[in-house]
Write a protein of this length. Sequence first.
Length: 246
Amino acid sequence: MDTTNSTVFIPGATSGIGLALALRLQQAGSTVVIGGRRQALLDSIASEHGLDTVQVDVADADSIRQAAETVLAAHPSLDTLVTMSGIMRNEDLRDPAHITDAVEIVETNLVGTIRLIDAFLPHLLGRPSATVMTVSSGLAFVPLTATPTYSATKAGVHAYTQALRQQLVGSSVEVLELAPPAVATDLMGGQDFGGMPLDAFIDEVVGLVESGAAPEILVQNVLPLRWAERDGTHQHILEAMAGTGH
């Protein structure tokens, strides 16, 4: 992925990691379109930063199709999709009422990722060089007890990304996976998880992308989670995160 000369669509980029990445790619020289559900927020970001925007709800198939049509009509040179959208909620699995949250999380994080890729992949396969970057999480590898469905969807995104990458071997589309650690954002209403500062995270991510790191974009802070199974530390980290609430 060329950070200086790409045309990028990032749904789920009205705040947090998504917006920070969008602004950094714009600063590097790429054309960036961001998507989100709230039109007023999109308008504000467009006015402040000069980013192109499109309204999209990744939990709604029709919304994704309409957004794809809008983005591709305005930016036929689009060559990069970053599936940033995601929601994270605490769940008490002893309470059957959690299923409402669980279904919404699966619909947004996993099914939304699949639908976004479906909507843009035919176009990307027609480009001389293109990139799909999915966004999983360190919690794909060691789940956070308090957010079981979120963790499960990110494990699903990881597996789906691996299969997509293998299916596209020999094509013009590179498939990357960004697996963030805990980062200080508003994902859980701004709760303090002791996450790494957003600017430091984005600095490291962009540096990795520019260095050609592939197929997984892994900052140093996420490595203990990514390799926990291999290193024999999985149960220890699982229990430690459950005990501290991180």
